[in-house]
Design a protein around this ligand. Sequence first.
Ligand code: ADP
Ligand code: ADP
Ligand code: ZN
Length: 220
Amino acid sequence: MSVNLLLMGLPGAGKGTQAANIVDKYDIPHISTGDIFRAAISNKTPMGIEAKKYIDNGDLVPDDVTCGIVEDRLNQADTKNGYLLDGFPRNINQANSLEVITNKLDKNLDAVIEINVDPKVLVERLSGRFICKNCGATYHKLYKKPKVDGTCDVCGGHEFYQRSDDEPETVKNRLDVNIELNAPLIDFYKERNLLFTVNGDQDIAAVTKDIDKILSNLDS
Ligand code: ADP
Ligand code: ADP
Ligand code: ZN
């Protein structure tokens, strides 16, 4: 049995945080287009250099680039038991492309989980976010501190960074861009009877519990 999932939510809704739990449980890869772009930027690949121009403005990377990356990734062998997509699709054109890609690969989506959070909360979430340099685990200065101050819970690393696109000037444009594109996408998946919405305005453990409930109902 395989489980093909898409996690949706505005920037800061908690997608990365919740994805970590889901992929552990189902042993499927976490495919985050944002993570793929950040890795390409830090490796200074041509694609990364191109993508950085958009990301640092809070704009979307062009669809042809992004859809090509996703198609290549879904073609890899580690998706045979399923996958968790995070951050793609971001607009209807990408959603249509994803349907074409997953049809071709016989890996259609089983469910779309939307983490719904009041946009007013998101600026605070994004400005407090920091990330382990070594393993990518995500923390928050108020809501998810490492158990031992200055030490990553997951890998024991001591170095952290803040994303350049979490700067206040970028965050506002990023939220505006995504809020506008989000509603039609939600309708797109509602029409296909794939959409499950969870309240992301609860603490991290409560959101995890709600998602687990949805996923265990899919199994049966
Ligand atoms: P996304 O991947 O959707 O952009 P993240 O998972 O990186 O979001 O979460 C954004 C920030 O908010 C991080 O600093 C994270 O630790 C924190 N966070 C995630 N979920 C919650 C929650 N339910 N309550 C409070 N803070 C949260
Ligand atoms: P967030 O924490 O804002 O949810 P992501 O890590 O998903 O951020 O994405 C960071 C940035 O990478 C986005 O603001 C955008 O510039 C780019 N990006 C990520 N996914 C996509 C996509 N599907 N289409 C276009 N650009 C994307
Ligand atoms: Zn770490």
